[in-house]
Structures are given as C-alpha cells and as structure tokens.
Write a protein that binds this ligand. Sequence first.
Ligand SMILES: Nc1ncnc2c1ncn2[C@@H]1O[C@H](COP(=O)(O)OP(=O)(O)OP(=O)(O)O)[C@@H](O)[C@H]1O
Length: 323
Amino acid sequence: MEELSAAEPDMAETVIATRALTKRYRGGQLAVDGLDLAVPAGSVFGFLGPNGSGKTTTIRMLMGLIEPTSGTARVLGRPMPRAARAVLPEVGALIEGPALYGFLSGRDNLQRYDAADPTADPRTRRARVAYALDRVGLTAAAGKKAKAYSLGMKQRLGLAAALLQPRRLLVLDEPTNGLDPQGMREIRSLVRELASDGTTVFLSSHLLDEIEQVCTHAAVMAQGRLITQGAVADLAAGARGRLVVTTPDPGDAARVLKEQGVGDVVVTETGVTAEPPDRDRELAELNAALVAAGVRVRGFGVERASLEDAFLALTGEGFDVAG
Ligand SMILES: Nc1ncnc2c1ncn2[C@@H]1O[C@H](COP(=O)(O)OP(=O)(O)OP(=O)(O)O)[C@@H](O)[C@H]1O
C-alpha cells in the first residue's frame, strides 16, 4: 500500500486543507506563498504569525471572500470558494471584529442577525438567541445596548452570532485582539468549551503564549510562508529547553558554566540560563561543579521548551509581536 506523505493528510479527518495556496495582491504584494495547511478535525488550531505574515489573507481565502492567485483550499472537504454556499452555513466566522448595531441591545442584535439567515426558522428564533447568549455568558447583559458593552463583551456577542446555528468549524481572526487580560481569559475559556463539544476551532493570533494556552495544534507563518505546523506539544518538544540556575551569584555561576563548556550562557535577574547539556548525567555534574566553586545554588533544572523556543530555533530570531 502506498503511504500517505505528510503533504497529503487524510482528507476525511482534515477540516481545512490547502495545497500550494498563494495570494498575490494587485499591487504585487505576495501575501501568502505556497501554503500547505492541514487542520485536523476536533483540534483547536492556532494560526500564528506576526502582523502582516498573511493570516488574514489566508482566512479570507478559506472563507471564499477572495480568490487565491493559485493553489487550492478545501474546507470541510469541499473546494473553496466554489462550494462556499454549501460550506459556509456549517462554519461560524468572526473576522475583523463583529458588525454590531450600537443602538440595539445585545439580544436585538442577535435577533437581527438570525433574521438575516434565510435558513433560520423564525418560530425558534427566540430560543436560538437565548441559547447563544447563554453560551457566551451574556444573558444578564442581553438587554443592554451594544454600545455600552466592553470590547470583550462585543467580541463575545460576535461569537454568539457565530453560534446561532450548530457549526462544525469556527474561524476566529485574532479573537482576543485589543482585549484586556480578563477579556482574553473569557474568550480563551469559551474557545476551550466550544472545542470540548467537538467543534473544530481555527483561530489566528500574533500571541505565542495565547496559542500555547488554548491550542492543541498550531501553524507558524512568517512573511506569507508556513514555517511549521503540528501538535503544539510536538512543536515545543522539537526545541530544546533551557538550563535555569537560580542563584544570588550569577557572575560566578556564568563563569563556572562557561568553564564547563556550556553554551549560550545568559545572566538574568535571578541567576543564569544556558543551553542544557545533552545528558542527565552531565546535568548532575554541572550542578556539582557550581556547588564546588562556592556558587549558592537555589534552583537548578531544565525548563520545558516553549513554543517561543521552537520559533526561535526555527527562524533564528525572536517572535516580533509588533510585526
Ligand atoms: N487588499 C490588500 N492589497 C494589497 N496588499 C495587501 C492587502 N491586504 C493585505 N495586504 C498585504 O499582504 C500582507 C499580508 O497581510 P495580512 O493582513 O494577510 O497579514 P496578517 O498576518 O493577517 O496581519 P494582520 O494581523 O496585521 O492582519 C501584508 O504585507 C499586507 O500589507
């Protein structure tokens, strides 16, 4: 039997699949360059990249809002934009902030939204709206005018609109952009809840730690190209962690580690970090060498690699959140 290569994931289990997807804007800007994306069913998939890396352009192609210059995109197994009519009713999307009427209450906004859907039965509208409000925790504030909502509440109302119908896939473009930490937490826990019901969630973000906290899978973009994708745990495991020594004697600690041949020794506020040795035995020896040299070691160990470490290892540069 022929084996499937990594570039040909099992379509049945892949909710979003693109092949060499490319977008060159009229001005000549190559915004997305040969993208092969594979989003597994049931995942919370983080689409990560600094501003301008091509995330929104990709999402707009996936939703059939713009045509790719070349390459293909399949969403829920169907080609986009050709099958947009059949596919989009099963996709809830929150792109570039929700369009809301500030003078209407949250509830009335949802009523209007639901009424605009020709497939939505007016007799069950009230129940659908009540359910969606409850889902995003806005029942108590449903009667307030949307213009009085905080940014986080507006964002949740936008999500409620996406949840009026049962969806197999949710596509959220920077859902926590501009929110305060509390608002970000609310959206994150909502995303987790939705995912636990089996909905695949595809969300873009320029925040590494956000992806790490909420996503099972991720793809990393830079300048229109895919750098890597896969399970978050695997991505992070691909990078080595850091040796972290907590000590009030960082200068001495750094000197001893360098003498022991340890690479990339960096003095921090609380001690020293460095490249970890390859074997555990060497780790114990390093600790012994520090103590023998009179360094007061308060903490010593290897910290698990983060997605940021993985990104650094892949690109050789920091993740520039400002783009
Ligand atoms: N309509 C357009 N016409 C021409 N160039 C565009 C257009 N939209 C985006 N671009 C350019 O394409 C590149 C990718 O932009 P895109 O918005 O897809 O990135 P992004 O990762 O979503 O960033 P952001 O988070 O800032 O939206 C950028 O260089 C941008 O300037």
